[in-house]
Design a protein around this ligand. Structure first.
Ligand code: MN
Ligand code: MN
Length: 331
């Protein structure tokens, strides 16, 4: 592990993209995991960026404050991550690209603004880890990823909700219908995609494989992960994590909480078993700080995002023929 000496504000003072920086957790510019805060994509493996949107929510808003809260909660993850035994930023060049600029007064421009934001990053050959924002942001992100990686994509979707409720209104900006639109548009192949943690009814799941929360609780973590791997196979996968997949006990700060969800520990354990997945993009969405308590939800979002970076780092190392020794995950 490289330990870069700085005098604080390592988001703007760190001399290298990789490695860690000693910095007081209570001080300085809260970039995600204290990464360099920059628009320079040269030599970058992963760009973390925020999309501060909450106009697509149906119940409680507040996710426009999600990216800032996740960044603030991530400052104590600026070192090797348990149980991986390594720090993702020793292995990957990760930056904080800042936020996608959106005009909250022009709903009709939001989809295109997010697609353009994603294209800039993807066309530089950089992988995206996006912090929401409500779940609508995943729709334009899928459009941009499908342009880059080909359609249809397979999706691993953690959520209490299927987000496939019928919606034939092209102009709607709705966080409960965008996967209906994405499937109809041919961006997602539901047969090789999976929804995990679902516990709200929908007359039509559009052919997605559904691993409801009750099934996860009954069959356990290893069986759930094995089934996910079986469904997506070796296809390119976009992973989207709606924080309301977690039970309200673990994620109270979200717009549409539903009882009976996964624990943070179940979700993290499942993610840590997804090493064989060919990840091409990922997001963590629906963290709504105004409804949070003691930063429980922001902390869960930050930890999940950090674990996704570890997962990607381990996958890249394995693909390069130098698999990492991971003490716990992947056993
Ligand atoms: Mn959702
Ligand atoms: Mn949801």
């Amino acid at each position: 592990m490289t330990d870069i000496e700085t005098h604080g504000d390592s988001a703007i003072t760190r001399p290298t993209i990789k490695g860690y920086a000693r910095e007081n957790t209570f001080s300085g510019i809260a970039s995600f995991m204290r990464r360099r805060y920059t628009k320079d994509l040269a030599g970058v493996d992963v760009a973390v960026s925020g999309i501060p949107l909450d106009i697509a929510t149906t119940h409680r808003s507040g996710t426009r404050l999600g990216p800032a809260a996740i960044r603030a909660a991530s400052v104590d993850l600026n070192w090797p991550i348990y149980p991986w035994g390594f720090g993702p930023c020793d292995l990957l060049s990760v930056i904080d690209y800042g936020d996608c600029w959106i005009n909250p007064h022009r709903q009709d421009t939001i989809f295109d603004a997010i697609v353009a934001h994603a294209r800039t990053i993807l066309n530089a050959g950089v992988t995206m880890l996006t912090l929401g924002g409500d779940h609508y942001v995943t729709y334009p992100l899928l459009r941009a990823h499908a342009e880059k990686f080909g359609r249809p994509l397979s999706v691993i979707h953690f959520d209490a909700h299927s987000d496939t409720w019928a919606d034939d209104d092209e102009r709607s900006v709705n966080h409960g219908t965008m996967f209906y639109k994405a499937v109809r548009e041919g961006l997602i192949d539901p047969a090789s995609s999976v929804q995990v943690g679902i516990r709200t009814w929908n007359e039509d799941f559009m052919g997605f494989n559904v691993l409801g929360a009750d099934r996860v609780h009954a069959s356990g973590v290893p069986a759930t992960a094995a089934r996910i791997l079986e469904i997506v196979g070796d296809r390119p996968v976009y992973l989207t994590f709606d924080i309301d997949c977690l039970d309200p006990a673990y994620a109270p700060g979200t717009g549409t909480p539903v009882s009976g969800g996964l624990s943070a520990s179940q979700a993290l354990a499942i993610l840590r078993l997804l090493l064989p997945v060919r990840l091409i993009g990922m997001d963590v969405v629906e963290v709504s700080p105004p409804y949070d308590h003691s930063e429980i939800t922001a902390l869960a979002g930050a930890q999940i995002a950090a674990d996704l970076l570890c997962l990607l780092a381990a996958q890249r190392a394995a693909a390069a023929g130098a698999p990492l020794t991971i003490p716990v995950a992947g056993r």
